[in-house]
Write a protein of this length. Structure first.
Length: 253
C-alpha cells in the first residue's frame, strides 16, 4: 500500500474497488489506520479553515488585467509589472496563500471562539478511532486536566436530559491559547462539541448564533471564560441545549 493511495483514499479519489481494498487493509493494520485518521483530520481542518476563503472571488485590486491596465508603461516596464502581478496571484491565489487574507480579516472574541469550535468538530467528530483523549468514565481526570491547562475550572455540562451523552474530551490548541473540548453524542450518532477557553476580547458577551459551513452553534462569554456549542443540528435544536450549557456552567464556575 503506497502513501499516494492512502492520500487518495482520504481525498476520496479512488475507484470503488480500490477504495474497498484500502479500507480492508486499514482494518487489518490499525497503525496505518491511525495515520490515515490523522491525514483526514488535517484535511478537515484545512477545509474548515480555508474552504470559505477559497470560494471567495479574487479582490478587484488583485485582478491581473486591472493591474496591467493601471500600470501601463513602455514594453520593458509593463512586462516586469505583469510578471510581478502574476507572481502575487500565484502566491495568494490558492487556499494556503490566502492565509494572509485570513489573518487580515481574522475574527476576534466569541466569533473566533465559534470558528475554533467548528474546526475542533471537523477534526475530531468524524474520528471513530480516538475522538476524545479522556473518556467520560474518567470524568475527574478530565476535569483536572482541563483545569490545569486553562488555569481555572471548567464545568462539564450534563446534557443527558436532552438525549446527549458525554463521550469525553481533550485539551486542544487554538490561536488564542489552550481550550477544553467536550464531545457528546446521541442515539442517532449525532455529535456535538463544546469548546471553552479564556477570553481576552469579549470577556462577557450574551449568547449569539454562529454558522460555519454545515455546522450551527451558539457562543457566549461569562466572567472571562468563553463557550461555544456546535454541531450539525438545526439552530432550533441547539438553542435550548446551549441555554442548558450556559445555566450549568454559570452555576458551577
Amino acid at each position: 500500500m503506497t502513501e499516494e493511495e492512502l492520500h487518495a483514499f482520504v481525498d476520496q479519489t479512488l475507484d470503488v474497488r480500490r477504495k474497498d481494498e484500502v479500507a480492508a487493509y486499514l482494518d487489518a493494520h490499525p497503525d496505518v489506520a491511525r495515520r490515515v485518521a490523522a491525514y483526514r483530520r488535517q484535511r478537515e481542518l484545512l477545509k474548515v479553515g480555508y474552504g470559505p476563503i477559497a470560494d471567495e472571488p479574487i479582490p478587484p485590486q488583485l485582478n491581473l488585467t486591472r493591474i496591467i491596465a493601471r500600470q501601463r508603461r513602455p514594453a520593458r516596464v509593463s512586462w516586469w509589472m505583469a510578471a510581478a502581478a502574476a507572481a502575487v496571484l500565484l502566491c495568494v491565489g490558492g487556499a494556503g496563500g490566502w492565509s494572509l487574507h485570513s489573518v487580515i480579516q481574522s475574527p476576534e472574541g466569541i466569533a473566533a471562539l465559534a470558528e475554533e469550535a467548528s474546526a475542533s468538530y471537523a477534526v475530531y467528530a468524524p474520528d471513530h478511532l480516538r475522538p476524545v483523549e479522556i473518556k467520560a468514565s474518567d470524568r475527574d481526570a478530565l476535569i483536572d486536566w482541563t483545569t490545569q491547562r486553562l488555569g481555572r475550572a471548567v464545568a462539564i455540562p450534563d446534557l443527558s436530559a436532552s438525549g446527549f451523552r458525554l463521550m469525553g474530551g481533550r485539551v486542544v490548541a487554538t490561536s488564542h491559547g489552550p481550550a477544553a473540548m467536550f464531545m457528546y453524542d446521541d442515539d442517532h450518532g449525532t455529535r456535538l462539541v463544546m469548546l471553552a477557553r479564556r477570553m481576552v476580547v469579549d470577556r462577557n458577551m450574551p449568547m449569539a448564533p454562529q454558522t460555519n459551513g454545515t455546522l450551527n452553534g451558539y457562543a457566549w462569554a461569562d466572567k472571562g471564560l468563553g463557550f461555544s456549542l456546535v454541531g450539525p443540528a438545526s439552530p432550533e435544536r441547539l438553542h435550548p441545549l446551549a441555554d442548558d450549557v450556559r445555566r450549568q456552567t454559570s452555576r458551577d464556575i
